[in-house]
Design a protein around this ligand. Structure first.
Ligand code: SAM
Length: 223
């Protein structure tokens, strides 16, 4: 899978893209993550990427020209399944969407700044808009990193044990049950007996019961 990210701050991705699963996915050739600095495409002498909002008011708006030029260049090179704009005024990202997107070949993710991008980019190029929650970030980069991570870890071959992703929270509409490791008794804090029993059926039943119990308690809206 190939993901092209359009941003005015590519450096923000240095950390998240060069560690853990995202690093491994790239090293294994499972995911290609490409960063494009929108500013490099500005035809303006000062390399500006933003301008005042028509109608006045506080905040600058990202201009069409440099964004359109990157998108057109990329689209001339390959077909894209989705061109995504990260924005707080959209449906909130979830595991179902991550599953869908993990099965695509090529996507573009556009990160906004300031008051956001000129609406005409959204109207004419964007195929999907994604928010990561009902709050406002300074820019789309952190949100894009969240979305990329949640997609790439689902691509077969990225996690060492693929069944792990299948038992995570939200994958089957429930929260994940609690997990424990050694020692089985830490200063009197004991691991539930059933997990030490070696009885796979009882363990599975316990995990399912706990998942339902937790979901009812913390996120009843999921049921
Ligand atoms: N004026 C916009 C609004 O009220 O909807 C907010 C602009 S925000 C300051 C700047 C950029 O950060 C946005 O264009 C978007 O790319 C990104 N951003 C902010 N919050 C986000 C969120 N919750 N999810 C996804 N992207 C977000």
């Amino acid at each position: 899978m190939r993901i092209d990210i359009l941003t005015i701050f590519p450096e923000i991705f240095d950390g998240p893209f060069n560690m853990s699963m995202l690093k491994r996915a790239q090293e294994k050739g499972i995911a290609e993550l490409h960063l494009h600095n929108i500013r490099d495409y500005s035809t303006d002498k000062q390399k500006s990427v933003d301008d005042y909002a028509f109608g006045g008011g506080a905040g600058m708006v990202m201009m069409i020209q440099p964004i359109e030029d990157v998108i057109l260049k990329l689209k001339s090179e390959r077909n894209y399944d989705e061109i995504i704009y990260m924005t707080p005024d959209a449906n909130v990202w979830n595991q179902k969407m991550a599953n869908q997107l993990s099965m695509t070949d090529n996507i573009i993710i556009l990160c906004g700044h300031y008051k956001g991008v000129d609406q005409r980019i959204r109207d004419h190029y964007i195929t999907r808009e994604v928010s990561i929650g009902d709050y406002v970030l300074t820019g789309g980069e952190l949100a894009a990193a969240v979305v990329v991570d949640s997609i790439v870890r689902l691509i077969p071959g990225v996690l060492s044990d693929e069944t792990s992703a299948l038992t995570d929270s939200h994958q089957d509409g429930l929260l994940s049950p609690p997990v424990y490791t050694r020692p089985s008794d830490y200063n009197g804090w004991k691991v539930p007996e059933v997990l030490l029993s070696g009885n796979t059926r009882l363990v599975e039943e316990w995990r399912e019961d706990k998942a339902i119990e937790l979901t009812k308690k913390i996120r009843p809206d999921l049921l």
